[in-house]
Structures are given as structure tokens and as C-alpha cells.
Design a binder for this molecule. Structure first.
Ligand code: ASP
Length: 322
């Protein structure tokens, strides 16, 4: 079901953002979120050969200081589909441990004169730092525990296309909330669009300040998912843990992993999401992940390209004068 009726016979315009960068969902006005979703919805349906090459001649650098499959490839595809030249740069982590060398990296990248820099970094705030030093638009492709704005946008597009709306839906985000940038961006975005968000996590993986963000918190999954329309699962971010936060994987699955029985407590039409990479048998039962009636995991990946097209295209309007 597709609810973007406003543009039924019209092409939605390129989204206009008030910032030259896309660093976070926090603080992004609802109108800007909606205009990105409308434009991406159009890209999700259009034939690839009919896409206008609005970024012809632009240079996009994909700079990933952390591993990625989906995000890096989808930014690359998005840029190429719009006619931009996209270059992937692998950065040697050993040279960026200190703040000063991060700025050196920024200066090196700046010398290549990109129009847009897509940055993933293990430290929260690194893309913002880049935006302060470089003469180009910066897109945050995930920074530490902070935010992953394009993931939240693609999640919203997926929900809206499948369930027809976001406002009023009960959406559960389950798992490692403390260490998840996906959770943070989704909380900001889904509450801005009027969803009722519940966070479900073991007490050791639940941040203290969440109720200030207008969400309800549960440490019991069975209680938390009652009557929800969407159950969004998160990977345990072992790379950001000290090692004492979780019991064994088996025990974690017993209490917090989603299986058919627990899903039975949610709305009878509830759908399942996961940003990937997922650990089958840890946060989600393998059969549920593959259940095409309930799982939107593949659709999330498809919507990733459309959202990233809308996002980088919206920034080219803000291109710094050369
Ligand atoms: N791919 C997402 C991220 O980069 C989720 C994850 O890694 O668990 O945050």
C-alpha cells in the first residue's frame, strides 16, 4: 500500500533541506523529513533508465572508517544512478586514532575537491567535525553510537509503503538500544512523524535518558511488543561493548530474541524489521527473518538506494561555489 497520494500524477520536487549537510535526524524539521520521503518514494518506483542525471559532473567520496556492506553500496548506487562520479576510499584506521590526524585526513580529502562526502566513523561527532573543516556537503553514514540518519529515513519509507502511514502506529525498537545509532535516529524520526515508540532492552542496554525523548521503555519483550504494528530488531553491537552487558547469546535469544510465539503478542498484521547485519538465532529466529508475509528486511535494503538518492540529490542544491 502506498500512501504518498499527493504526488499521484506529479513528480515530487527535489527535497529542500535547510542545512548543507545531513548529519542527524535530531532537529530536522518534519517538513524536510516528509519531502525526502516523498522524493524517495518516487525514486523507488521509477525505471532506472528514466532517472534524470541531476548529479552529472559531481564527485562523491564514500569514506568509510568502519565496515559496511549495505550502506556503502547503496550510496554508491544512488550516486551513480543520478550521474555522479562516486569514489570509494578505504581509510586505514591506525592513522586516525587521534583527533589531530582526523583533521589531517579531512584536509587530504578536501584537496580532492569532492562535492559530497559520505562518512562513516566509529566516533560520534566525526562527520560534524568534517563539516566544520571541509568545503563540501557531508552525509553521516553512521557515527559511533550517535546517529544513522539515512537508515531511519529508509526505515520510515519502508513502513509507510507497507502500512500506509506512520502517525499513530505503535512501533517497538528491541535490542541493544544503548549502543545503537539506528535506534537514536529512528526514535527522533518516528516520534516526529507521530508514531508511539517503545524501546525494549535488557536494563544493561537501555540508556537512562530515553523517556525525555517521548518513548516508553520496557525491559520485558513480551510486555513491550503487545499490540505493536512494527517490531524493529537491533543487532548486539559487540564492537561497542565492554563485555559484561549481555548474558550468553542463547540466554539473550530466550528473553529478547523474536520468535513466532512472542510475535503472536503483537498486532496480528505486525511487520518485522532489522537494519542488518542480523544474527539469526540471537535477535531474531531464522524462519521469521525469511517470512515474506511479516519480514520487511529485504524491502529495507531496496528502499536504502531510493532514500540515498533523495538525500544526496537534495544536497547538491547547496553545492558550495567553486
Ligand atoms: N548497519 C547498522 C549500523 O551501521 C546496524 C548495525 O551495524 O547493527 O549501525
Amino acid at each position: 500500500m502506498n500512501s504518498f497520494k499527493k504526488f499521484k500524477n506529479l513528480v515530487p520536487p527535489i527535497a529542500t533541506l535547510s542545512s548543507p549537510h545531513l548529519l542527524s535526524i535530531e532537529g530536522m524539521p518534519k517538513t524536510e523529513i516528509v519531502s525526502l520521503l516523498e522524493r524517495a518514494d518516487y525514486f523507488a518506483d521509477i525505471q532506472i533508465s528514466k532517472i534524470e542525471k541531476t548529479l552529472n559532473g559531481y564527485v562523491i567520496l564514500n569514506v568509510f572508517f568502519e565496515n559496511s556492506t549495505r550502506t556503502r553500496v547503496s550510496f554508491e548506487l544512488a550516486g551513480r544512478r543520478l550521474g555522479a562520479e562516486v569514489i570509494n576510499i578505504s581509510v586505514n584506521m591506525s592513522s586516525i586514532k587521534k583527533g589531530e590526524s582526523l583533521l589531517d585526513t579531512a584536509n587530504t580529502l578536501s584537496a580532492m575537491r569532492p562535492d559530497v562526502l559520505i562518512v562513516r566513523h566509529p566516533d560520534s561527532g566525526a562527520p560534524k567535525l568534517f563539516s566544520e573543516y571541509l568545503d563540501c556537503s557531508i552525509v553521516n553514514a553512521g557515527d559511533g553510537r550517535h546517529e544513522h540518519p539515512t537508515q531511519a529515513l529508509l526505515d520510515a519509507l519502508t513502513i509507510k509503503r507497507r502500512l500506509g502511514r506512520i502517525e499513530g502506529l505503535k512501533i517497538a525498537i528491541c535490542g541493544d538500544i544503548s549502543n545503537s545509532r539506528v535506534a537514536r535516529s529512528n526514535i527522533h524520526l518516528l516520534t516526529t512523524l507521530g508514531a508511539k515508540v517503545r524501546c525494549i532492552a535488557p536494563p544493561t542496554l537501555m540508556p537512562k535518558d530515553l523517556s525525555n525523548l517521548g518513548v516508553d521503555c520496557f525491559d520485558n519483550l513480551e510486555e513491550g511488543i503487545k499490540n505493536t504494528n512494527v517490531v524493529m530488531l537491533l543487532r548486539l553491537q559487540n564492537e561497542r561493548m565492554s563485555g559484561t552487558e549481555t548474558p550468553s547469546k542463547r540466554e539473550y535469544f530466550h528473553y529478547y530474541g523474536l520468535d513466532n510465539k512472542k510475535l503472536g503478542l503483537a498486532d496480528s498484521q505486525a511487520v518485522i524489521m532489522h537494519p542488518g547485519p542480523m544474527n539469526r538465532g540471537v535477535e531474531i529466529a531464522s524462519n521469521l527473518a525469511d517470512d515474506e508475509n511479516r519480514s520487511l528486511i529485504k524491502m529495507q535494503v531496496q528502499m536504502g538506494v531510493a532514500i540515498r538518492m533523495a538525500a544526496i540529490e537534495s544536497l547538491h542544491n547547496k553545492k558550495y561555489a567553486r
